[in-house]
Ligand binder design. Structure first.
Ligand code: NAP
Length: 307
């Protein structure tokens, strides 16, 4: 397979940076973007594989027109973008009651609206090339909500619906969308504050402290996280390129990454099925007489496997 050109957001640390190195090691080309990345990661241009690497400053909260200009500049570097990875993300620790409006808006601005804008900016180039893959880094917490991380879960659940809707729209054009939903990976800065942008804090309202203690107290979070970030890039690259474990399989819309997310999501699906079954009579009690059948058109358009 010819080398692919990847554009990745949020490459200054963690999963984004690991992906950049993993992709270069596999012989592909990368346009690594991030806030002030050209200064912060200038040393990467000294590496032997630096001909395959370009650095571009990109804050995904900038207006769409700015993101579009950066993407146009990116396309001119290697001639195309084969794969966009919407990786830039942030997390916030707060009770729902205490979350500031600014904090809630800012997490949506990066995790959801940033990915929407970058995707909008890249799509015209991929449509013109009649090929391309849009990758999203979602999270296991897009399936399940954790107390005090609810807004993070909200953004990731929304991102999943976006990836799903996108696949339905661009699949017929020969383009693809996939969302990876990792569990915990400790070797990143996701739970760190940035200058002027705190990660968050335990609740100030005393009523919430017992629950906070039960959820986060008494254990080292890093020790309880099974994900190995050194293995993450190859899993993502294999799925995108149809290599390794992904060879010969149909391209997926959603892929879980990590044993913690696998077990939590399985539990959620089983519990959700139980709820659906238990309450089916109430669900069906609102249906018009004689209108129980659901048309194949609706089921096909709602399917994540049949489109
Ligand atoms: N680590 C995990 O356990 C885990 C689990 C599931 C999903 N994820 C997802 O993985 C992705 C990467 O996170 P990570 O764990 O690698 O954390 P990380 O080390 O904090 O990386 C986050 C990256 O996003 C960048 N970013 C934040 N705001 C940005 C903005 N406005 N514009 C451009 N870039 C911005 C950060 O840049 P700065 O350095 O400038 O802040 C950083 O490069 C996120 O989407 C996260 O939700 C992580």
């Amino acid at each position: 397979m010819a080398p692919l050109v990847w554009l990745i957001t949020g490459c200054t640390s963690g999963i984004g940076l690991a992906l950049v190195n993993g992709i270069l090691a596999r012989g592909d080309k990368v346009i690594a973007t991030g806030r002030n990345i050209t200064t912060r990661l200038a040393h990467l241009k000294d590496a032997p594989s630096s001909d395959s690497l370009a650095l571009l400053d990109l804050d995904v909260t900038d207006p769409l027109s700015t993101v579009q200009s950066t993407v146009t500049q990116a396309v001119s570097i290697f001639g195309c973008i084969d794969v966009l990875v919407n990786n830039a993300g942030k997390s916030k620790l707060s009770s729902i009651e205490e979350a500031s409006e600014d904090a809630v808006r800012s997490i949506f601005d990066v995790n959801l609206f940033g990915a929407i804008k970058t995707t909008q900016a890249v799509l015209p180039h991929m449509r013109a090339a009649k090929k391309g893959t849009v990758v999203f880094i979602g999270a296991g917490l897009g399936w399940v909500s954790m107390p005090f991380l609810t807004h993070y879960s909200l953004t990731k659940a929304s991102l999943t619906m976006f990836a799903e809707g996108l696949q339905k729209e661009i699949g017929p054009l020969g383009l693809r969308s996939v969302i990876f939903e990792p569990g915990g990976f400790a070797e990143t800065r996701l739970a760190e504050s940035r200058e002027g942008d705190p990660f968050g804090a335990p609740p100030q309202i005393e009523d919430y402290l017992p629950l906070f203690g039960k959820v986060f107290g008494g254990k080292s979070l890093a020790d309880s996280i099974p994900g190995d970030i050194a293995k993450l890039p190859d899993a993502i690259i294999d799925v995108v390129k149809g290599e390794g474990l992904a060879k010969g399989r149909p391209f997926p819309l959603r892929v879980l990454l990590g044993s913690d997310t696998l077990d939590a999501v399985r539990q959620k699906i089983n519990e959700q099925t139980q709820l659906i079954d238990t309450w089916e009579d109430v669900t069906l009690s609102v249906v018009k007489e004689g209108r129980r059948e659901t048309g194949p058109w609706l089921l096909k358009n709602c399917s994540i496997l049949k489109n």
